[in-house]
Design a protein around this ligand. Structure first.
Ligand SMILES: [Zn+2]
Length: 209
């Protein structure tokens, strides 16, 4: 049981990855998590991340390879956050081939960009920990927290311009990847506009233990 999870930012990939590994006992190979870990122990990576430089394909691929061979082979794995480009996918193919590992399916959680922008740029948080979405879970009074009445905040990462930039990067790099897996017959498209539990159901139905 080896799977890859793809999808645009804001499509709920993180939540679904957690649901999948919990239910099916897969090893969660998340590049985000690996980088957070590596930053603590690896000076080269720590410096790269701190300087905001792009992490090279070679470095990401080596990191994935190390984790994949160490933890992922026997139990089955879910790759999350990797590959991001067709080049990375080709490197992954080489690793899998040399280790005689097969991918069972690539799940692609699809969601329209207008919906993603609403989901992310509509987010508002309060310093008390409460969170809102102007489109889906609006506060009772405009821009005030229902719990403590403080002004709500929008994270810089959630600003519409930033979200649009992230979607542009996604469109140019990850969309070709979706086509790449479609041509190979691995792609299973998941309707990301449905509720969290319905999205999980769509994915689970396609996992065969
Ligand atoms: Zn509050």
């Amino acid at each position: 049981m080896n799977y890859i999870l793809l999808g645009p930012p804001g499509a709920g990939k993180g939540t679904q990855a957690k649901n999948i590994v919990d239910k099916f006992g897969l090893v969660h190979l998340s590049t985000g998590e690996m980088f957070r870990e590596a930053k603590k122990s690896d000076e080269t990576i720590s410096k790269l991340v701190a300087s905001g430089q792009l992490i090279s394909d070679e470095l990401v691929v080596n990191m994935i390879k190390k984790h994949l061979l160490k933890e992922g082979v026997k139990k089955g794995f879910l790759l999350d956050g990797f590959p991001r480009t067709v080049n990375q996918a080709k490197s992954l193919d080489l690793i899998l081939k040399s280790e005689n590992i097969k991918i069972d399916a690539v799940f692609f959680i699809d969601l329209k960009f207008e919906e993603i922008i609403k989901r992310i740029s509509g987010r508002r948080i309060c310093s008390c920990g409460a969170s809102y979405n102007l489109y889906f879970i609006p506060p009772k009074e405009s821009n005030k927290c229902d719990e403590c009445n403080k002004d709500l905040i929008q994270r810089d990462d959630d600003k519409e311009e930033i979200v649009k930039n992230r979607l542009d990067v996604y469109e140019s790099q990850t969309k070709p990847l979706v086509e790449y897996y479609k041509r190979q017959g691995f792609l299973i498209e998941i309707d990301g506009s449905k509720s969290e539990s319905e999205v999980f159901k769509q994915i689970s139905e396609n996992i065969k233990p």
